[in-house]
Design a protein around this ligand. Structure first.
Ligand code: 3PG
Length: 226
């Protein structure tokens, strides 16, 4: 195949892949940010997410079982959208995607990590919380960013301000969001979803209270539908 045609085809395929993932996230409206400490918790957590109707999870790279958890989840539940979060290095991107992660989330805007993902055609949602960082993303053709830490960075008010100069940018606010503030973010036209750990609470995972977590997920989902 013609070299340039092949390049364009690759770009098109990456674009379609990204759009598919972002569209799913937009439909789910929530990304549960989950830190798995014990690998045995991975399957029960995925099971309740799927049963409750929220088949998406961002597994944070904050424990040494993160890669294994992504691997187990991706191979057991092909219809679960599995992302890797708290990614700080390109090395971790490799580990996460080799294990099956379909998208990468970073807390800050690390150009090395972002550029690595773009070069490898891996959907990346980098963290930003200033106009400058939004421009770094725009410059690279990144359409969706994480707004982190959302509450401390000005919350919905800041996102409204960012909409004026950057009308095409879409945000996933994360950090300090809960059931009371969720709607104020999701109602904004430049927000496609919210992320957070409040839906799948650490203490409930640690004590194995999966049914309680399921109730919390269902509660959040019913709140979104209102
Ligand atoms: C993250 O990594 O995205 C945050 O830790 C999630 O923030 P939260 O714990 O305040 O929801």
């Amino acid at each position: 195949m013609n070299f340039y045609l092949q390049l364009d085809l690759e770009k098109l395929l990456f674009y379609l892949l990204k759009m598919d993932i972002f569209e799913k996230i937009r439909e789910f409206k929530i990304i549960p940010v989950v830190t798995i400490k014990n690998i045995n918790d991975a399957i029960p957590l995925a099971k309740i997410l799927i049963e409750a109707g929220l088949p998406v999870i961002e597994v944070t790279f904050r424990t040494d079982v993160a890669t294994k958890a992504i691997g187990v989840l991706s191979s057991t539940y092909p219809n679960l959208l599995v992302g890797a979060g708290t990614i700080l290095k390109a090395e971790q991107v490799k580990k996460a995607t080799n294990a099956g992660a379909q998208f990468i989330v970073t807390p800050g805007f690390n150009p090395k990590v972002v550029d690595y993902c773009l070069k490898k055609h891996i959907p990346i949602i980098p963290g930003v919380n200033t106009p400058t960082m939004v421009e770094w993303a725009l410059d690279r053709g990144v359409e969706v960013v994480k707004f982190f830490p959302a509450d401390l960075s000005g919350g919905p008010k800041m996102l409204r301000s960012l909409a004026a100069p950057y009308p095409t940018m879409r945000f996933i606010p994360t950090g300090g969001i809960n059931n009371s503030s969720l709607k104020s973010y999701l109602d904004l036209p430049n927000v496609i979803a919210c992320g957070g750990s409040w839906i799948v609470r650490k203490d409930l995972i640690a004590t194995g209270k999966f049914e309680e977590i399921k109730k919390l997920i269902e509660e959040v989902l019913s709140l979104i539908k209102q």
